[in-house]
Design a protein around this ligand. Sequence first.
Ligand SMILES: C[S@@+](CC[C@H](N)C(=O)[O-])C[C@H]1O[C@@H](n2cnc3c(N)ncnc32)[C@H](O)[C@@H]1O
Length: 286
Amino acid sequence: MKTKPLSQDPGSKRYAYRINKEENRKELKHVKIDESSLVQKGQKIDLPKKRYYRQRAHSNPFSDHQLEYPVSPQEMDWSKLYPYYKDAETGQMTKKVTIADIGCGFGGLMIDLSPAFPETLILGMEIRVQVTNYVEDRIIALRNNTLSRHGFQNINVLRGNAMKFLPNFFEKGQLSKMFFCFPDPHFKQRKHKARIITNTLLSEYAYVLKEGGVVYTITDVKDLHEWMVKHLEEHPLFERLSTEWENSDKCVKIMRNATEEGKKVERKKGDKFVACFRRLPNPTIL
Ligand SMILES: C[S@@+](CC[C@H](N)C(=O)[O-])C[C@H]1O[C@@H](n2cnc3c(N)ncnc32)[C@H](O)[C@@H]1O
């Protein structure tokens, strides 16, 4: 007889934990947590525990996942993700997302970028369901636990496939920074097409990035680093930034140490290869 995975077995601890967190998430995901909300009154929300959100290491970016996405950026209701930035009178957002962490994993980068860019909206996009749920729960807890100083209102996560739907979420030239931290290496040659940096995808990234915007990449896999550098260098709308630039940029510093994968590499004393590229101006068409 086939046994149910732990996450679906009503008797398991993980099942109970997930149900409990899901109810909390449903209630708090889209609300502006403020002094009047129930969770206030000095109550802290525990940070989520990763072990209850386990799922497969990879999700096929070519599968037809059941993903929600807007038909165009104008249809996207950002106030659900950043309720703090919705103008109460006009109902309009006061800011747009300008930093994206592509394949954000467990969200460590956003959490460190949040106080470094307190006036900027930052979005993580992640394809795996349970990992996205973890980041949502982490942000709910952090927002609640730093209520008095309005902490972490400027970050959030979306479940989405960045290889398919970025132009549905972002207008042309909307982003100023895109991060690709420790992307899945897809080692085998026949899997290279699943890498998140390819010629075609770079044109989409160039579309959503503003002129002068920056693509940040970091990986511990030398072959992937060389692949990303090669494709970015070959693309007419990107130019590599110097090592001096990298050493003086605060995001590079954060990116080296903030992400969960980066911390793993650090513990194993592995290499970290960094490459950053500036989005060049569009050529004038004569
Ligand atoms: C190796 S992990 C790195 C996570 C994080 N950036 C870090 O450094 O800790 C790569 C992540 O990218 C996500 N991912 C892969 N392809 C994706 C896609 N097409 N769209 C969104 N996320 C994707 C994976 O689910 C995984 O969580």
